[in-house]
Write a protein that binds this ligand. Structure first.
Ligand code: UT7
Length: 310
């Protein structure tokens, strides 16, 4: 049987509190000009909990999908900022939604949502009907607000999708690639009780290379070329990283979605937030080919080529 998966609903959540670049420049040796030119970020949303943001985004996705939480077969919560070490935040989200199914956290940093997409797809191939996939983060809890090198970059938020089985009507996941270069783990990390530390320049350099590599691998797996891609939904870390990777891949930047200007870098949440923004603003039509691409601490990377079927 030709079993596959497709996205049938999406939802998002952002905290209410907005911190602009101008706000940060009041307490840090930085400026709106520097942050905007070097990153593309103008403001970020902070606050709430990973659980609360996940629940709000998930409920939106379930409502759009028309799927009852009780019909879910699994909840996969991609997060690098769980509310506690033990147990997984996913269980608390599952209970609040009224679901009764498997639930677990997945930590692949900023690649987490695309890792999760592949895991959710695998669960569906193994027999699940509906899988809820969430990316939710409260990075502001791990940012040293006195460190201008990182404080200007991160924000909080969540995005979620419902993936459902397609029996006999094709498969929306056309190709994928996952990778992790554990030898680079020191360039971006956060220890227990500490703050996020990042060697910005090194991560930037690696990010562009890794992004290009993972996209090329997913394209090869799908037997497609960059010319077949209608929209790229990249991890929202830095507009210059997106531009550089697009130049190398020969994809015009106007085929990318960028929400980082008002969300900052929200790690696992950034791709579903950008995907929902594109879909909500009419930038996706049925049958479009969408490339999701993430990279981040680990250093992990992940890409997925989807046929949009909403
Ligand atoms: O999601 C996980 C993956 N993370 C990323 O992809 C982030 C990757 N890295 C980056 O996005 C960029 O490296 C940053 C935005 C973090 C930094 O931009 P950059 O163009 O690489 O700047 P830099 O680190 O080379 O620093 C240039 C200068 C330095 O001063 P000197 O040494 O030239 O005097 C920094 O001290 O800019 C200084 N600087 C700042 N100045 C004003 C660093 N942060 C700031 C700041 N405001 N916030």
């Amino acid at each position: 049987m030709n079993r596959g998966s497709r996205i049938i609903g999406y939802g998002t959540a952002l905290p209410e509190r907005v911190i602009t670049n101008h706000d940060l420049a009041q307490t840090l040796d930085t400026s709106d000009t520097w942050i905007t030119e070097r990153t593309g970020i103008k403001e970020r949303r902070i606050g709430s909990t990973t659980r609360a943001l996940a629940i709000e985004a998930a409920q939106g996705a379930l409502d759009m999908a028309g799927v009852d939480a009780g019909d879910l077969d699994s909840v996969v919560l991609a997060t690098t900022t769980p509310d506690r070490v033990i147990p997984a935040t996913a269980g608390s989200v599952q209970t609040a939604l009224g679901a009764s199914c498997g639930a677990f956290d997945l930590n692949a940093a900023c690649s987490g949502f695309v890792y999760g997409l592949n895991v959710a797809h695998g669960l569906i191939l193994a027999g699940a009907e509906h899988v809820l996939l969430i990316g939710s983060e409260t990075l502001s809890r791990f940012v040293d607000w006195e460190d201008r090198a990182t404080a200007v970059l991160f924000g909080d938020g969540a995005g979620a999708v419902v993936l459902s089985a397609t029996d006999g009507s094709g498969n929306a996941l056309l190709g994928w690639a996952l990778d992790c270069k554990g030898s680079l783990e020191k360039s971006l990390h956060c220890d227990f009780g500490g703050f996020i530390y990042m060697e910005g320049r090194e991560v930037f350099r690696q990010a562009v290379r890794i992004m290009v590599d993972t996209c090329e691998r997913a394209l090869a797996a799908a037997n497609l070329t960059t010319g077949d891609i209608d929209l790229v939904v990249p991890h929202q870390a830095n507009a210059r990283i997106i531009r550089s990777a697009c130049e190398k891949l020969r994809i015009s930047e106007d085929r990318t979605v960028q929400v980082l200007g008002w969300t900052g870098n929200t790690s696992s949440a950034s791709i579903p937030l950008a995907l929902a923004d594109a879909a909500g603003n009419g930038r996706l039509a049925t049958d479009d080919v969408v490339l999701l691409v993430g990279f981040g601490a680990g250093m992990t990377s992940a890409s997925a080529l989807l046929r949009w079927e909403l």
